[in-house]
Design a protein around this ligand. Structure first.
Ligand code: C2E
Ligand code: CA
Ligand code: CA
Ligand code: CA
Length: 282
């Protein structure tokens, strides 16, 4: 009887009801988003801390449903993952990023990095889809980086993990590099670093934010990650650099690459063109 009462409260909770309606509305909207041309990619530069050159750009998805404000990725990406819509959406993202990156890679030698969900990696034809897209746009080895997160492996069995590792290894053999995103935010970051074939570590913004606030533990931790990565021959990118002093400190600590509002927020492809020709941080 107690449980029934609880359920009833849940069903008629107006706030929860509102949230459910919103989810249903967003799911329906997302189904149209690819074909309706409502998706756009923005790009954020990844900058060499020593020389100031742009080395890569990260593709970040934006969704503006017709007649309403843009929906933040933190809201629609989880819905896309749960509904499986991330598969066609992710295919569109890769396609668009490769189309845009071709010219940037040819002229400036920069690579493009694309976020990939666990759901996509588990698709039977993922490797083939990535490789055929690279061929179609004539992108050479090294031009594409795929970003994965450790949370992607949270609920997987050892057999599934082995399959994911095999997929990543096959891609690497074809010159696709793998970056581990949001590094340091999960519970088993270090063990994943041992298990997964990774070329690049992206150190999460939560480290950067507290770095300059006399936080000795975070500083020691960040330094240890940077040293470990260097000895494993893994490149490091620090995320969320907003202040000049953070950039200076990180460079001194041995971090080669950074990304953040200090340099640029995510911007349109056209704005990337002008950033590449101006090269404002060199
Ligand atoms: P992420 O991959 O960790 O991307 C970095 C996020 O941090 C971006 O948020 C970016 O705008 C923001 N950011 C960059 N520099 C700074 C800074 O200096 N300060 C602060 N406060 N924030 C900064 P965004 O674009 O809202 O994306 C949020 C998340 O959505 C991404 O986190 C990623 O997990 C997901 N996402 C975005 N695009 C895609 C996509 O195409 N596919 C998938 N699967 N996920 C995506
Ligand atoms: Ca990312
Ligand atoms: Ca990240
Ligand atoms: Ca993130």
């Amino acid at each position: 009887a107690k449980n029934a009462g609880k359920d009833r409260v849940t069903v008629f909770d107006p706030a929860l009801r509102q949230a459910q309606l919103e989810r249903t509305r967003l799911t329906a909207g997302l189904r149209q988003a690819v074909e309706g041309g409502e998706l756009v990619l923005n790009y954020q530069p990844v900058v060499d801390l020593a020389g100031g050159e742009i080395r890569a750009v990260e593709a970040l998805l934006r969704w503006s449903p017709p007649g309403s404000r843009p929906v933040p990725p933190e809201v629609f990406i989880p819905i896309a993952e749960e509904t499986g819509l991330i598969v066609p959406i992710g295919r569109w993202v890769l396609e668009q990023a490769c189309a845009d990156a071709r010219r940037w890679h040819e002229q400036y030698g920069i690579s493009v990095t694309v976020n990939v969900s666990g759901r996509q990696l588990r698709e039977e034809d993922f490797t083939e889809m990535v490789l055929s897209t690279l061929t179609r746009y004539g992108l050479p080895r090294g031009a594409l980086v795929l970003e994965i997160t450790e949370s992607m492996l949270l609920a997987t069995t050892p057999a599934e993990t082995r399959r994911v590792v095999a997929v990543l290894e096959a891609l690497r053999e074809h010159g696709v590099r793998i970056a581990m995103d949001d590094f340091g935010t999960g519970y088993s970051s270090l063990s994943y670093l041992r298990t997964l074939p990774v070329d690049i570590l992206k150190i999460d913004r939560s480290f950067t934010t507290v770095l300059t606030e006399a936080d000795h533990r975070t500083r020691a931790f960040t330094k240890a990650i940077l040293e470990l990565a260097a000895s494993l021959n893994v490149a490091t990118v620090v995320e969320g650099v907003e202040l000049h002093e953070q950039a200076v400190l990180l460079q001194r600590m041995g971090c080669p690459l950074a990304q953040g509002y200090l340099f640029s927020p995510p911007v349109s492809g056209l704005q990337i063109d002008s950033l590449l020709s101006l090269n404002p941080w060199r």
